[in-house]
Design a protein around this ligand. Structure first.
Ligand SMILES: [Cu+2]
Length: 165
């Protein structure tokens, strides 16, 4: 048992930037009912002290997964594969429509709204981070914000004051 703990400590020391420093929010994939490819978006916040990089992503919904960005070629926006996406210390990487994204190439089946996809994000220092990306509508621009929460707050305010015993 003690040996095991020591081994774990050694690994933690070798990789000081832990996945715990990386926080993922707003993940979603656009539905692709008839297309051979799909695009995923997510915001990755790095609360650590070391810059990190998203270097790969994997999922079993497609033959391959690439990291892409958009570049302006004259008046046309084109997609281009990139080797990594920077996740700066104290900052965030925002993968969003029209910018950086995760590209699922050669989908094994149609991506339908309401599906949930398990995706592993691989970071240069933070290691692997497993996330679930919900599939939203074809033209979705952002993941839904927590509207339920604000509604809940309103309920609280409207609660009668004489609820004490
Ligand atoms: Cu792409």
């Amino acid at each position: 048992m003690k040996k095991l703990l020591l081994a774990a400590a050694a690994i933690a020391f070798a990789f000081p930037a832990l996945a715990a420093d990386l926080e993922v929010s707003g993940a979603f994939i656009r539905a692709a009912p008839k297309m051979p490819t799909g695009a995923g978006f997510v915001t990755i916040k790095n609360s650590g002290k070391q810059d990190d990089k998203l270097v790969a992503a994997s999922a079993d919904i497609s033959k391959s997964v690439e990291l892409h960005t958009h570049i302006k070629d004259g008046e046309i926006m084109r997609m281009r594969q990139v080797e990594s996406i920077a996740v700066p210390a104290g900052g965030a990487a925002e993968l969003k429509p029209g910018g950086d994204h995760i590209m699922f190439i050669d989908l094994k089946g149609p991506l339908k709204e309401g599906d949930k996809v398990a995706v592993t994000l691989k970071f240069e220092k933070g290691g692997d981070l497993k996330i679930t990306m919900p599939v939203l509508g074809v033209g979705a621009m952002t993941a839904p914000t927590n509207m339920d929460h604000s509604q809940h707050m309103q309920h609280m305010e409207q609660m009668p004051a004489n609820m004490k015993h």
